[in-house]
Design a protein around this ligand. Structure first.
Ligand SMILES: *[C@@H]1O[C@H](CO)[C@@H](O)[C@H](O)[C@H]1NC(C)=O
Ligand SMILES: *[C@@H]1O[C@H](CO)[C@@H](O)[C@H](O)[C@H]1NC(C)=O
Ligand SMILES: *[C@@H]1O[C@H](CO)[C@@H](O)[C@H](O)[C@H]1NC(C)=O
Ligand SMILES: *[C@@H]1O[C@H](CO)[C@@H](O)[C@H](O)[C@H]1NC(C)=O
Length: 961
């Protein structure tokens, strides 16, 4: 035996691994790590990043406190090296040509890796799995005791600027040029919002942000008593599972009567013995993991690094997976084994679901046109052959630092979405591709995840080296994520086609800009999707005018329509809409008409509770230096002070235009009231938009979904979020929950003409029948009979709504109704309408043979004068907390409006408790009492928080009580 070829194995000291197959894998997260730069050395972690480890070591303060994001810019301008010593033991079982691999699930971003002082390689893409064969280095390493591994990260901000200086000048066409600190995001494959966004700070972390491992493989297979390989010759690094209906093709609704095809394709490291096969075992999680199927896969073929096979599954063996509200989330474990001569070489298990999901953007059919739908193309999702109304919001990265995003955080976030009557989240580009465990949670909760490739608001380079990066990244991610039934769609990027259509004609080199977009979004990414899966639809851009032709054998399978429309009466696209002219906020004529509303919104302030945690007391005012610093609208990552002040003024202008203006002596209480009032405007505006889009399900545009911008926050700042950074619900979250109920009523008003329309909307799959009860009162609670007359004051109107549709139930003209009076404006100021909807319908989730109807109800209010002008009265609210004897939960709060109509009644819970109220931001009639419960998610107050709940309402004067 030669002396240099001493081999080392990590197997001897591995502890907490359960299956025999994991024996040759060392989780690098279990190592002791050091993080160092020129002037700092601290303990490091994997997965983590430099900011988090420096914070943990006390070298820096909280990056999300005050203006620390700017104070800490030095961190992202330095190189950071993570290093560790891997101790080895000699393992005589390993044969001469045993292989050792380093596998990183994610490196953020520019890393130079050394093992045993030998160069291993360089990385330049945050979104790829990186793996390196280090067998030779390990075998030649002259250290018996330890292998030194070091990962040196360069400064992504510097590297991006450098690449831009030397890169394609067209790429910066839409940006501010290469002179700014945070320019050039398009030149690097790193989370683009790390460079700042209009809701995000500029923090550009560096580190081993995903799990990493050292893998040892043998070429001589040894087995334990169960015939599992002890030291396997292969390691499965990624797994594709594609479940689709036989004959299914991407973007086309499949035949639901067909059997399922189960296709598995495993990416492995090592050398697969000739004649290896695949088998599938299916466990039913609904039946305690009972095995319902065990079968070899057919048509197995393998290459140097992939083994693939498939099998037909009789659909009667499995139950379908449905999104929340549409059915059960039936899930199965698929265990795929790589076998050779009856021995198991490798085994992976993935939890899967059986469903089809398609984004149908095919042409509107003749029968749809006959039923009143505008011609053009559809834009709706279909699950298991059923079109449904998508309700949801846009998800941004839940933390500026991914390594500290944990399961509890995501479960709370997704639970909020589910309670908020949402069934779809758009995983906005350009954060990061979500880890598998987040998709797993979505699979369990039934939340569909519209998923995007990380390209956003710009032109991206198409030099050969970039193209290779995109291909590797797209193939890895498509294969990794595809088994999750919650995966709803792949999209080539954020707001790309619209920019192209708007600007490329005036661009310096229009043809080349279009070609760059087409190369990435219309060829490369769609090919990565179509080559790997038949179950998922693809569109190139978050707003999309559809295609003229779908041709699976073309290099550009979706021939883009762009502006080649068939005429003005045709409608094609989804919409992306922001209007900061707040005087138009409630004018539905200013809203976009599309097939689907993908983004829309308006910013609001976080609550005083969030501000208090991140700024000193003297900064608690609307235009304080730190509030101005933290506002990034407009200007994105490079907002100037002047731009920020204008952005903040959009919120104050809105409050002044529409609501009583807070004016309290106590400056902190006044700031708090202002923050809350901006949230009321936001909620009011979104409710009107959401109702309008839902009404569109019954209009000629056949709108089939709305996803508002944005679900949550990753720091405390004025943003479009409905949930604050610590999980506190803004007013919007409660009101979106309300208007997203299956059957709702809403009043649309044109204040110039006096035209009032009251609509009922339903997203149920069958016909709904019901009544609207209309009651007009004055603000003091008395009936408006003396003004409107008996017949027009308190009455009920029956209605019917077709499946996923809307209907105009009542129409009047307030100006004509009051034409006989002189003081019309005074009368209008004193009128309030309460609209109570009651209906019966069958829940979409009822799949029984004899579906049952259940009652639905919804209440909304309408006021013809703005609340700024209205004759609001002090309702003299009272709040009482009630223990239910013997029960700690739920906590009951009794709210009463003792003497007038109360608008936007709002309960605030103190710091120290996390959770949500059953309802909030609601209205009360004079004398009405409401019991509100609170669901506790965290409590650090030993229950004392119940005494610190305060209540407020929009009457222009009172402080929280
Ligand atoms: C950041 O925030 C902390 C509070 O966590 C503060 O003490 C510190 O001085 C701030 N500045 C820096 C540069 O860390
Ligand atoms: C390390 O050096 C950088 C760059 O010179 C400097 O900005 C930073 O404050 C230093 N940090 C520490 C902890 O000494
Ligand atoms: C910092 O990182 C860059 C990019 O990887 C590299 O070129 C450079 O040599 C590194 N510098 C140091 C001092 O490690
Ligand atoms: C069901 O089987 C899967 C796959 O083997 C396993 O990961 C999971 O823990 C099992 N669950 C239960 C409840 O036994």
């Amino acid at each position: 035996m030669s002396t240099v070829s001493m081999r080392f194995s990590i197997s001897a000291f591995l502890t907490a691994t359960s299956t025999a197959l994991c024996q040759s894998i060392l989780d690098l997260g279990s190592q002791q790590w050091t993080l160092s730069s020129d002037n700092v050395t601290v303990t490091g972690k994997v997965p983590s990043n430099a900011h988090l480890d420096l914070f943990e070591a006390g070298v820096i303060g909280d990056p999300l406190y005050g203006a620390n994001d700017t104070a800490l810019l030095w961190v992202q301008r330095m190189n950071w090296t993570y290093s560790t010593n891997i101790s080895l033991s000699v393992d005589s079982d390993l044969s001469e040509d045993a292989a050792t691999w380093l596998v990183f699930d994610g490196l953020d971003t520019f890393a130079y890796i050394e093992l045993c002082n030998q160069s291993v390689g360089n990385t330049d893409n945050q979104f790829r799995q990186w793996y390196f064969d280090v067998s030779e280095i390990v075998q030649l390493c002259n250290t018996l005791s330890a292998l030194t591994l070091s990962v040196n990260f360069g400064s992504a901000t510097k590297i991006a600027a450098n690449l831009a200086e030397n890169g394609d000048s067209l790429v910066n066409y839409f940006d501010g040029g290469v002179t700014e600190e945070f320019c050039c995001k398009e030149f690097i494959r790193k989370q683009q919002s790390d460079f700042g966004w209009d809701w995000a700070p500029q923090l550009s972390p560096a580190g081993i942000w995903q799990p990493a491992r050292l893998v040892q493989l043998s070429n001589r297979v040894e087995y334990n008593d169960d015939n599992d390989a002890l030291m396997a010759p292969i390691y499965v690094r990624n797994t594709l599972i594609d479940i689709y209906r036989q004959g299914q093709m991407n973007n086309i609704p499949p035949e639901q009567s067909q059997p399922f095809i189960f296709n598995a394709s495993l990416d492995f490291l090592g050398v697969l013995p000739e004649g290896s096969l695949l088998q599938l075992i299916l466990h039913d999680t609904q039946k305690g993991n009972e095995t319902i199927l065990a079968t070899p896969l057919d048509e197995v073929y393998s290459s140097n690094d992939t083994i693939t096979g498939s099998v037909t599954i009789d659909p009667s063996v499995v139950s379908l997976w449905w999104p929340v509200g549409l059915g059960d989330q039936n899930l199965y474990y698929a265990i795929i084994e790589v076998v050779h001569n009856d021995n198991i070489l490798a085994k992976v298990d993935k939890r899967v679901g059986f469903r089809t999901i398609v984004l149908n953007i095919l042409n509107v059919t003749d029968s749809q046109i006959a039923s009143g739908v505008l011609p053009g193309c559809n834009w709706n999702f279909e699950v298991n052959g059923n079109e449904f109304y998508a309700k949801g919001s846009n998800l941004v990265p839940p933390d500026v630092f991914w390594p500290r995003v944990n399961e509890k955080k995501i479960r709370n976030l997704f639970e909020t979405a589910v309670i908020g009557n949402q069934n779809m989240l758009r995983i906005w580009s350009s954060g990061a591709y979500l880890p598998d465990w987040i998709y797993d949670i979505a699979d369990e909760m039934g939340i569909l995840l519209w998923s995007e490739f990380e390209f956003s608001d710009g032109v991206y380079p198409t030099n050969r080296s970039y193209i290779e990066q995109y291909v590797a990244e797209a193939n890895y991610q498509v294969r990794r994520i595809n088994h999750h039934p919650s995966l709803a769609l792949w999209v080539g990027g954020n707001e790309l086609e619209a920019i192209l259509l708007a600007y490329y004609f005036s661009a310096t080199e229009p043809g080349r800009l279009q070609r760059m977009y087409e190369q990435i979004q219309e060829e490369l990414l769609i090919q990565a999707v179509y080559a790997n899966t038949r179950s998922i639809s693809y569109i190139p851009s978050s707003t999309y005018q559809g295609f003229l032709e779908l041709n699976f054998s073309s290099s550009m399978p979706e021939l883009p329509r762009y502006d080649n429309t068939s005429g003005p009466n045709f409608l094609y696209a989804d919409t992306d809409f922001y209007n900061y002219d707040t005087y138009e906020a409630f004018d539905v004529n200013s809203y976009p008409i599309g097939r689907f509303a993908t983004e829309f919104g308006f910013q609001s302030m976080p609550s005083i509770y969030s501000w208090q945690q991140v700024v000193p007391q003297d900064q608690l005012s609307f235009f304080s230096d730190i509030v101005i610093h933290r506002n990034r609208h407009y200007g994105g990552g490079n907002t100037t002070r002047e731009q920020s002040i204008s952005g903040l003024q959009q919120m104050t202008t809105a409050v002044e235009a529409w609501y009583p203006v807070p004016n309290m002596a106590d400056p902190i209480a006044n700031f708090s009231a202002w923050c809350w009032s901006t949230q009321v405007f936001q909620a009011d505006y979104y409710t009107s938009e959401l109702a309008f889009f839902r009404r569109g399900a019954g209009a000629t545009n056949r709108n089939m979904g709305s996803l508002y911008w944005q679900l949550e926050d990753l720091w405390t700042a004025p943003t479009w979020a409905s949930i604050e950074v610590d999980g506190r619900w803004k007013v919007l979250m409660y009101r979106a929950k309300d208007i997203y109920q299956p059957v709702v009523g809403y009043s649309f008003y044109n204040s110039s003409t006096g035209e009032l329309e009251i609509w009922a909307m339903s997203d149920l799959w069958s016909v709904v029948t019901g009544n609207l009860q209309l009651s007009w009162t004055h603000w003091n609670g008395s009936t408006a009979m003396s003004v409107l007359g008996k017949n027009k004051t308190n009455f009920s109107i029956p209605f019917t709504i077709e499946a996923i549709n809307s209907t105009l139930v009542y129409q009047t003209n307030i100006h004509s109704d009051l034409a006989s009076y002189n003081e019309t404006d005074d009368i209008i100021r004193d009128l309030v309408l309460r609209v109570d909807l009651s209906a019966r319908g069958t829940p979409n989730s009822d799949r029984s043979s004899s579906p049952q109807q259940i009652p639905y109800s919804h209440t909304s209010y309408f006021h013809p004068a703005t609340l700024q002008d209205a004759n609001l009265q002090d309702p003299a609210l009272t709040l009482a907390y009630k223990y239910k004897p013997g029960h700690r939960e739920p906590h009951h709060f009794i709210v009463t409006a003792t003497r007038a109509v109360a608008a936007w009644v709002w309960l605030d819970h103190p710091l120290g408790v996390g959770g949500y109220f059953s309802d909030n931001g609601f209205w009360l009639m004079s004398g009405e009492q409401r019991i509100v419960t609170f669901t506790v998610k965290n409590d650090w107050t030993w229950g004392l928080w119940t005494g610190d709940v305060v209540i407020r309402t929009l009457d222009g004067a009172t402080d929280a009580i």
